[in-house]
Design a protein around this ligand. Structure first.
Ligand code: PRX
Length: 411
C-alpha cells in the first residue's frame, strides 16, 4: 500500500563540492570539544588519494583498519577512503584481547589481510604479552603495516616491524589530525626509507615548516612548532557554528600558517619527528623536554608497558616530571624499580630529564578513542580534584585509583 503511492525513481540530491559532509568533535583530550567541519569534494579526493598511495592499495588487497568508525580514522580510512577505491575491507567490532590476545592475528589469517592499520596504544598493549601469541598465526598475507594516533616509541615500532611484520612489511607511521582530514606526514611504503618513530616526509601538496617561538621559519635540522604553509584538499573548513574559533585556534598564533599544535623535530636528513603536543612539552630549568621522549625511555624498561609523563610545578626548576607507569603483568612496584627507572631516563636523555615522581598506574585515563587524557593526569599529579569535563573518558574508575596511589611530594 505504501509503495503504490510513490515513484520508483529516486533522484540523487546534487551537492556542491563545498557543501558540508560531516562534523566531528575532536576527542576532548584538551579543553572543550570543537566541531571540525569537512566538506564533500576536497575531503573525498584527499582520503581517496592518501588511502590509495599510503597503503599502496591494489584491487586484490584485503584491508583492515582497527579504529572505531565513529572517529576520524574510521571516517577517513574505514569508510570514505576505502569505499571511494572500491576496496575489500574487514570491519571489526570487538577487543584485541578477547577471547584472547591472538585475536588480531587470527583475523589476519582468516581473511588473508594484506594491509593492516592500527594505533601505538594497541601495539603496546599486545607487546606486553610477548611474541608467542603473534607467532601462533602465520600472518604471511601481510604487506603493509600502518600506525596512527600518537608518536610511536621506537621500541613499539621495532616490535611491530620485527615480530608482527617479520621485517617483510614496511611500516607507515602516518601523522595527521581530525582537522587535516587525511595523512599529512607519512612514508610511502617501500619507497620511503624508514626511521623508527619518524612520520618521515609530507604527502604530495603538503608544505610543512618548523617555527620558533617568534614565528620565524627554521631551516635545516631544527625543533619547534609544526605548521603548514598552504592548504591541501582535505583540510577542515571551519569550526561548526564558530568560524572565529577556527581562525583563532589554527591561524592566529602564527599568521599565514596552519598551526598543528604539535612540536616537531627535523633531522639532518630532512625527516620529521613529532615530539608530542606543544602543551605536553615541559620546561625544566630552562630546558625544553618532550614528554614523549621521557615516556619512550621509560617503556624501554622491560617492567613498563605504558607510561605517561606530565608536568608538575616546581619551585626551583619551574616544572618537574611526574610519571605514571603501567607495569607488565606480574611485576610489582618497588623502590628498586623506581630507582632503576630514574636511572634509565637519566642515562637515555640526560640528568635534566630525571623523573621527580614515579607513580604506579594500574590503568591510565583514556578517551574512547584510546588517547591518554593528559589534562586529567596533570590534575592528579597536582592532587587537584577539579577535573573538569571528563565525559569523553572510557573508564572513570581508574581516576580514584590514581588519586589513591598519588606520590605526596611537596609542591
Ligand atoms: O598529536 C598528534 C597525534 O594525534 C593528534 C591528532 O589527534 P586526532 O585529531 O584525535 O586524530 C587522531 C587520528 C589522526 C596530532 O595532533 N598524532 C596522530 N598521528 C600521529 C600523532 N603523533 C605522532 N605520530 C603520528 N603518527
Amino acid at each position: 500500500i505504501l509503495l503504490s503511492g510513490v515513484s520508483e525513481e529516486c533522484e540523487p540530491e546534487w551537492c556542491d563540492s563545498e557543501d558540508p559532509l560531516f562534523i566531528l568533535y575532536t576527542s576532548g583530550s584538551t579543553g572543550k570539544p570543537k566541531g571540525v567541519l569537512h566538506t564533500i569534494g576536497g575531503y573525498m579526493l584527499y582520503v581517496a588519494t592518501t588511502f590509495k598511495l599510503v597503503f599502496d592499495y591494489h584491487p586484490e588487497d584485503v584491508y583492515w583498519c582497527t579504529a572505531d568508525i565513529g572517529w576520524i580514522t574510521g571516517h577517513s580510512y574505514i569508510t570514505y577512503g576505502p569505499l571511494a577505491n572500491g576496496a575489500t575491507s574487514v570491519l571489526f567490532e570487538g577487543l584485541p584481547t578477547y577471547p584472547d590476545v591472538s585475536r588480531m592475528w587470527e583475523i589476519v589469517d582468516k581473511y588473508q589481510v594484506t594491509k593492516f592499520y592500527t594505533a601505538p596504544t594497541a601495539i603496546r598493549l599486545l607487546m606486553k604479552y610477548g611474541s608467542e601469541p603473534v607467532q601462533k598465526y602465520k600472518r604471511d598475507s601481510l604487506k603493509v603495516l600502518g600506525t596512527v594516533g600518537e608518536p610511536i616509541n621506537p621500541e613499539a615500532w621495532q616490535w611491530y616491524y620485527s615480530v608482527v611484520g617479520e621485517k617483510r612489511c614496511p611500516v607507515v607511521d602516518t601523522f595527521w589530525q581530525t582537522e587535516t582530514g587525511g595523512h599529512v606526514l607519512t612514508p610511502l611504503p617501500a619507497a620511503t626509507p624508514m626511521k623508527p618513530g619518524s612520520a618521515t616526509f609530507p604527502f604530495f601538496g603538503v608544505v610543512p615548516a618548523i617555527l620558533n617561538e617568534s614565528g620565524e621559519e627554521l631551516e635545516g635540522p631544527s625543533e619547534g612548532y609544526l605548521v603548514f604553509k598552504q592548504p591541501w584538499p582535505g583540510v577542515m573548513r571551519t569550526v561548526f557554528g564558530n568560524h572565529q574559533r577556527f581562525e583563532t585556534t589554527y591561524f592566529e598564533q602564527f599568521p599565514g600558517y596552519y598551526v598543528t599544535g604539535d612540536g616537531c623535530c627535523r633531522d639532518k636528513d630532512g625527516y620529521y619527528w613529532i615530539t608530542g603536543r606543544i602543551d605536553d612539552m615541559l620546561n625544566v630549568s630552562g630546558h625544553l623536554l618532550s614528554t614523549a621522549e621521557v615516556e619512550s625511555a621509560l617503556v624501554e624498561h622491560e617492567a613498563v608497558v605504558e607510561a605517561a609523563v606530565v608536568s608538575r610545578p616546581h619551585p626551583v626548576k619551574g616544572e618537574s616530571l611526574y610519571c605514571f607507569v603501567t607495569l607488565t603483568e606480574g611485576v610489582s612496584f618497588s623502590r628498586t624499580l623506581e630507582a632503576q627507572l630514574k636511572k634509565q631516563v637519566r642515562e637515555k636523555i640526560g640528568a635534566i630529564a630525571t623523573p621527580d615522581f614515579i607513580q604506579n598506574a594500574p590503568g591510565l585515563p583514556k578517551t574512547r578513542s584510546g588517547k591518554i587524557m593528559r589534562r586529567v593526569l596533570r590534575k592528579i599529579a597536582r592532587n587537584e580534584r577539579d577535573l573538569g569535563d571528563v565525559s569523553t573518558l572510557a573508564d572513570s574508575s581508574v581516576i580514584e585509583l590514581l588519586f589513591q596511589n598519588h606520590c605526596c611530594g611537596a609542591m
